[in-house]
Design a protein around this ligand. Sequence first.
Ligand SMILES: C[S@@+](CC[C@H](N)C(=O)[O-])C[C@H]1O[C@@H](n2cnc3c(N)ncnc32)[C@H](O)[C@@H]1O
Length: 242
Amino acid sequence: MNAIRKNGPLAELLTVLHRESDEEILGKARSLFRGNDEEFSKIVKEYGTLAPQEKGKFLKTHGISIQDPSFSLCVSPEMGEFLFNLVLSSKSERILELGSSNGVSTLYFAEALRLLGRGEVVATESDEKKCRRILQNAATAGLSDVIELRQGDVFETVEGLSGWFDLVFIDIWADGYLGIFRKVAPLLKSGSIIVADNMWTAFEEVALFKEYLDERTDIVSTTLDFASGVEFGVVLDPERMA
Ligand SMILES: C[S@@+](CC[C@H](N)C(=O)[O-])C[C@H]1O[C@@H](n2cnc3c(N)ncnc32)[C@H](O)[C@@H]1O
């Protein structure tokens, strides 16, 4: 049995949260689409068959913004399980999540930490309503103990953080990736993992961030071709590289 399903309240909650997020996007897409229901289902099916690199362009063509503040825009279930497995396999203890929305990715991280029996995820979000949902969702899933929520602009939040993080997950509005990464980099150590979502769906907005990662000689990073395009990097030990 899938480990996440063993935590019954969490599994039920995630099903609801993923469905809610899909319905928000589909509802908006339907309201913008001028054709009939049959034509709309064809478009939805077409979207499902597109390569991740094409999805961003497709959404833009149909007027859908992946930066709509009223939406949850949570990670997909497959991305959530990737994050969950990543924490379990790397035994990360301190996780920094940049852009938590209603806390879906936060829950995947938190459940992995609960299974490991230690650690915390620092969740960051500026939207007050979404912050209330994070706290509510954490309580429903019995994961409040491993989630520390910092409400506010993440650029300010990060300035108040200290100590090392084993994993940073970047999922704010894509044009802020480079700026926030520069601020977070001093909190990463050799072996720290860098994950960023939407590398394909926001290809143009993240271009400078990607270029910056590629230029850093102390980071090895690659874009994984699944979900929305996932940047996956590791900080190297400068002494071993000498
Ligand atoms: C793509 S959603 C995050 C989804 C979330 N990781 C999940 O899987 O449920 C992006 C979120 O980042 C938040 N955000 C964007 N820019 C921010 C900033 N500068 N400071 C704090 N939050 C920000 C938005 O309010 C939004 O809720």
